[in-house]
Unconditional design. Structure first.
Length: 297
């Protein structure tokens, strides 16, 4: 099953892993097919909102996005459909916490595969970034961080817990349909039992942002060639993905994984047969969309 409360959604917070923005959009959309077919435009819009792309740079970025989408459509979507089929079978058999943890690893592996394939396109963009665009990205990061603080870090503990619970319920409702007031009460207690560690997630966001900005500045200021820039971007990607297993952050991530998977198991445990049927049908719709998209439809 999908991690309903992914800690720091890298998809929407890093230019270096820009294709993750698309996956974040897909994860929250009831129609994968519609969103995917608009994905190239959505991804360009997202990237442009950070860097304010211009002229030939914008044209090349659009071309590279198109190339990346063609590869993704032709080589990855059937695998996504198969992965969702496995999630369907797990849900029917009442998954364990170990099953959910492995599902998260399976999704993460596909994110790493996508990121690795996107290195040439990311490198081309990074080589074209100008100082003023780096400043734009830094300002956008700051704005997003300020929004995060207002939404998840200001006010009482109860207010912050409520905001976190509301966010998770949007995902639960997408998968299972509406929950009753009694079910929501159970889920609210399970949600509040988790550590309220928004400060830790903000720290992770800002660490990633600093790493991205440092690489962009190094490429621009030292006028690195393509080979040198590629090495820098690959190293950054390895660090971003290895962060969860790093000695200084592993305990933090492991604790969150433990709490989140238990929370999801609570939702599965209290779901009615009709709600599980809703989740099965939702996944089947996405499977059908992925299979159709893979054929070019």
């Amino acid at each position: 099953m999908k991690n309903f409360n992914t800690p720091d959604n890298v998809f929407r917070r890093t230019v270096a892993l820009c294709m993750f923005a698309l996956l974040a959009l897909l994860a929250g959309c009831s129609s994968v097919k519609f969103t995917y077919n608009q994905g190239d435009t959505l991804l360009y819009w997202w990237m442009n909102s950070y860097a304010d792309l211009e002229g030939k740079q914008a044209d090349i970025t659009k071309r590279d996005i198109d190339t990346l989408f063609k590869w993704h459509r032709q080589t990855q979507l059937r695998d996504y459909a198969a992965l969702l089929g496995g999630f369907q079978r797990q849900l029917a058999a009442n998954p364990t916490q170990a099953d959910l943890t492995q599902a998260y690893r399976d999704i993460r592996l596909r994110g790493e595969r996508l990121s690795t394939r996107a290195v040439p396109e990311i490198t081309t963009l990074a080589l074209s970034i100008k100082p003023e665009q780096i400043a734009n990205i830094e300002r956008k990061f700051k704005s997003k961080n300020d929004d995060y603080r207002k939404k998840f870090m200001e006010g009482s503990t109860e207010k912050r817990q409520r905001a976190r619970f509301k966010k998770s319920m949007e995902q639960f409702d997408l998968w299972f349909g509406n929950f009753s007031s009694e079910q929501e009460a159970i889920l609210r207690r399970a949600s509040d039992a988790r550590a309220l560690d928004n400060e830790g997630w903000l720290e992770e966001r800002m660490w990633r942002q600093r790493r991205i900005l440092a690489v962009l500045r190094k490429i621009q200021q030292e006028k690195l060639n393509r080979e040198q820039a590629t090495v820098q971007i690959q190293a950054m990607q390895r660090e971003l993905f290895a962060r969860m297993d790093s000695p200084e952050r592993k305990a933090f991530y492991d604790a969150n994984m433990d709490q989140t998977t238990k929370y999801i198991l609570t939702a599965i445990r209290i779901a009615t047969p009709a709600q599980k049927k809703h989740a099965h049908e939702r996944m089947q719709g996405w499977i059908t969309d992925f299979e159709a998209l893979a054929t070019g439809k």
